[in-house]
Design a protein around this ligand. Structure first.
Ligand code: CO
Length: 422
């Protein structure tokens, strides 16, 4: 399972490749693409998917009869990185650098002294108008060099990084960047119009001592595991919905992020095609917001809340927060606990120390667009937002098993605080 995860991560250097690669895996399983620019004709027992911006994707599978509700997962396709600016080259006296700005909250030092590659998308001029091309250069092309300890004796005492000065990567060929991108896009340099390109760590994932280390585990581990669960689940009387949203790392407030209309409009279109209303369907639906969690750190156990510390290889994490930055409540946790018990998968409960502000994620943001029963879950990992993250070797399979079981179940909400999930 972890080798399959590493292949998925390698195929998904940015959100654009994540959406395209996921679409290809869905098509191999008989899922048909829908377009937002068209009205949808849907058939019972049908399998479909739709993308927005080329970086977010929603797939769904309809039951044979009237769906009891939507059983959904959501993960994110983006990871913290550096975005390459439109005028990409910074030409200095001796060396050429790439001009970058931060995307999301990365751990800067982890990005230094390692070969980096470039991926994303380019917009090109064609005979038929403007078209999008996926770009993945794959080669080692850039590197952000540290300052030697001899020049910064304070390096080990907490270094402050200035993005405009310290985080601009060295790039090999002067004047060659645009040519390289045009070549990868299959057009002449003058037909390369614009781009959304990012640095990424091309290092393959590794298994070691019961752990896994790979780039972008947050959140491709959950994106992969929820996809496997979605694809392998048995029949249910609910409609199964798999969501992959871009831009979680920068607050989700984009046309394709979790705060956008993408999920609500997709569910509305499904309801319209089936002669249902979203308001009654939503009331009997359930969404699992899947994003990784912080494992108790071996060198810094004091950062964990003692009673809610989660560990790698301890199973699926249910995340709680009183301020509802995590959407979990007693109802959704009880339902997900039922799923784990049915699946025979261990689960553990996470909450931040009450004196520490934690992260937020997709679920509660999506809830402002379409209101659903929702739990926040994930897998325990170390070094979140490092260029190389570490997680438990057994946990990917636990998540797949839990979500496979979840997607095979039917939820019937009584509307009076009672729920049947079987
Ligand atoms: Co995340």
């Amino acid at each position: 399972m972890n080798q399959a995860l590493f292949s998925y991560i390698a195929a998904c250097p940015t959100a654009f490749q994540a959406a395209a690669h996921t679409a290809a895996l869905l098509e191999a399983e008989g899922y048909r693409p829908l377009r937002e620019t068209e009205e949808w004709m849907l058939e019972p027992d049908g399998r479909y998917y739709v993308t927005r911006n080329g970086s977010s994707l929603i797939a769904f599978r309809l039951p044979k009869g009237r769906p009891a509700g939507f059983m959904m997962t959501a993960a994110h396709s983006d990871s913290p990185t550096f975005k390459i600016k439109e005028n990409a080259e910074l030409t200095g006296e001796n060396e050429t650098r790439l001009s970058v700005e931060g995307y999301g909250g990365m751990l800067c030092d982890s990005w230094m002294d390692r070969p980096l590659s470039v991926a994303g998308r380019a917009m090109v001029r064609t005979e038929n108008g403007v078209a999008m091309r996926l770009i993945d250069l794959r080669d080692n092309l850039a590197l952000i060099p540290n300052v030697a300890i001899h020049m910064n004796r304070e390096a080990n005492n907490g270094t402050k990084y200035n993005f405009a000065v310290d985080m601009q990567p060295l790039y090999g060929e002067k004047g060659g960047f645009r040519r390289r991108i045009a070549e990868a896009a299959g057009v002449a340099e003058e037909d390369l119009l614009t781009h959304d390109l990012f640095l990424y760590n091309p290092q393959p994932g590794v298994e070691w001592g019961g752990y896994i280390s790979a780039p972008r585990l947050d959140d491709l581990q959950c994106a992969f595991a929820s996809l496997q669960g979605f694809l392998t689940a048995g029949e249910s009387q609910s409609a199964a919905v798999y969501c992959l949203f871009d831009n979680e790392e920068v607050g989700s407030q984009t046309k394709q992020g979790a705060a956008s209309t993408f999920l609500r409009e997709t569910l509305e279109r499904i309801c319209d095609a089936l002669g249902l209303t979203l308001r009654t369907m939503a009331a009997g639906s359930f969404l699992l917001s899947c994003d990784n969690a912080h494992a108790v750190h071996p060198n810094h156990p004091e950062y964990a809340d003692k009673n809610h510390a989660v560990r790698m290889n301890g199973g699926v994490v249910i995340k709680y927060n009183a301020s509802q930055r995590y959407a979990t409540d007693a109802v959704s946790a009880a339902l997900f606990q039922t799923v784990c018990e049915e699946a025979g998968v261990p689960f553990q409960r996470y909450a931040n120390r009450p004196d520490m502000v934690g992260g937020s994620t997709l679920g509660s943001i999506a809830n402002t667009q379409v209101s659903l029963n929702m739990a926040d879950i994930g897998l325990a990992q170390l070094a979140m937002h490092s260029a190389l993250e570490t997680a438990g070797g057994a946990d990917t399979a636990y998540m797949v098993q839990a979500l496979k079981t979840f997607f095979g179940m039917t939820l019937r909400a009584g509307g009076d605080g009672t729920y049947q999930l079987r």
